[in-house]
Design a binder for this molecule. Structure first.
Ligand code: UD1
Length: 430
């Protein structure tokens, strides 16, 4: 099992190219199920989750060819995927696969829309709370799907096809929005999704669906109006840059001090996080090729945030924010409103010397003068990268175990940090 060793105390300086967004690449790949034509996706990040979804889609019968490999080992050009779902040979998504990656549950909408039937495993437990799928199922039922749960599987049928409807989500869900949006593209007539997620990754998928021939109004807003089509066409689409990777590196620079250009970053996709970063005393400027983040020797000011659906402060940056303010010159309060139990990083940060108190959904972080390196355990994707940020600030050596969590969502993390002056290395053990 791989471990990452970090020797803290080095400032970050240089340029970090931002990869394509994992959370957009996954649903975009799934959208290939909606057409028998070829969908070409550019700027796909090379991540464990992308590789797992590739296997799941191949299992359904999607023909997947990858080209456009990096020109040189150090150039960060995403891969180009050609996906063709000419014949869907299997409408079952098995437990062994869906339980390893929640987003694979999103094949449900496209499969039922195109094939009139699907059998998809319930995703099962998850390290960051119960994460139900009721909103996905209610949305698909509203489009006419008959759904039952049997032996841990969702069995969905729509022998005469789906029919457009008006769906008002009682709660904002990224996954349920993706699932229903994709299903609605092949439903008869118009679908109105109210209280849709506005995350940029939803917008990216909607833009791609428009290229595939669907009429969609309201992209980027919480009301999406979709005119179903008889069939979708192929398209070429480039995956949007990863705002969570962008925010993570921005927080890392704030943590260590230094001056880094985040190449390709889009400010409008993480304004709330950048505002919070600004309040810590970190400078963020827009430059021609992305964002420039810098902090000189000044202290980190404490800052309080509450996670919210987009355009609020993203839950996927909560752990990184907490790592940063462990060294602030005062007390910060961080409230997690999206996922219960998304504080697995707290006890690991405490091993480095952080002073954090948890009360329900709120963490109170009293800044400390220094962190000291220690062995720690990665627990989930975003929690593990918060340990990387803390380790970069800590004195001495930190060893992070179970880094497969990081590989699910961060492409070439060690390389990107090392090129900016960090001391990061990976060791593999049999
Ligand atoms: C997606 C992101 C994840 C991010 C999350 C919130 C991907 C691959 N994952 O996850 O990185 O942290 O959005 O921005 O894009 N809920 C229900 N019923 C449902 C569905 C969700 O109650 O049927 C609840 C969840 O438990 C949670 C909230 O709604 O409390 C938001 O979850 P959701 O937006 O659906 O998260 P994901 O799509 O799973």
């Amino acid at each position: 099992m791989d471990r990452i060793k970090i020797v803290g105390g080095h400032k970050l300086n240089g340029l970090i190219p931002i990869s394509g967004a994992k959370n957009a690449a996954l649903p975009l790949m799934i959208a290939s199920l909606l057409t028998d034509d070829r969908l070409t996706l550019k700027n796909v990040p090379n991540l464990a989750d992308v590789n797992l979804l590739s296997r799941i889609l191949r299992n359904h019968g999607v023909d997947l060819a990858v080209d456009g490999k990096r020109a040189t080992p150090s150039a960060y050009i995403g891969e180009t995927f050609h996906l063709t779902a000419r014949d869907i040979v299997d409408t079952t998504a098995p437990y062994e696969m869906v339980s390893r990656m929640r987003a694979s549950f999103w094949v449900l909408g496209p499969l039922i829309a195109r094939m009139g039937r699907a059998r998809v495993s319930l995703p099962g437990g998850c390290a960051i709370g119960t994460r139900p799928v009721d909103l996905h199922l209610e949305g698909l039922k509203a489009l006419g799907a008959e759904i039952e749960i049997d032996a841990g599987y969702v069995i969905a049928k729509a022998p005469n096809g789906l029919v457009g409807n008006r769906i008002t989500f009682p709660k904002v869900s990224v996954g349920a929005t993706h699932n229903v949006l994709m299903a609605a593209t092949l439903a008869k007539g118009e679908t109105l999704i109210e209280n849709a997620a506005r995350e940029p990754e939803v917008g990216d998928v909607a833009e791609c669906l428009v290229k595939m021939g669907v009429e969609i109004e309201g992209i980027g807003t919480s009301t999406l109006k979709i005119q179903g089509a008889d069939r979708l066409e192929g398209a070429v689409h480039s995956v949007v840059p990863d705002r969570i990777e962008t925010g993570t590196f921005a927080f890392a620079v704030a943590a260590t001090g230094g001056d880094v250009i985040l190449e390709g970053a889009r400010r409008e996709h993480l304004q709330a996080a950048l505002d919070a970063l600004g309040r810590t005393g970190t400078k963020v400027e827009s430059v021609a090729n992305g964002l420039r983040v810098s902090r000189n020797g000044a202290a980190i000011s404490p800052v309080s945030v509450e996670t919210q659906p987009f355009p609020g402060f993203p839950t996927d940056l909560q752990a990184q924010m907490m790592a940063l303010v462990t060294r602030a010159s005062g007390t910060s309060v961080i409230r997690e409103t999206i996922f219960e139990n998304r504080f697995m990083h707290v006890q690991e940060l405490a091993r480095l010397g952080a002073d954090i108190h948890l009360h329900g959904d709120t963490a109170t972080v009293n800044g400390v003068k220094k962190l000291r390196g220690a062995p720690v355990m990665a627990t989930d994707l975003r929690a593990s990268v918060s340990l990387v940020i803390a380790a970069l600030m800590a004195e001495g050596e930190t060893v992070i175990n179970r880094v497969y969590h990081l590989d699910r969502g961060f492409e070439r993390l060690e390389e990107k940090l090392t090129r900016c002056g960090a001391e990061v290395s990976r060791t593999s053990e049999a």
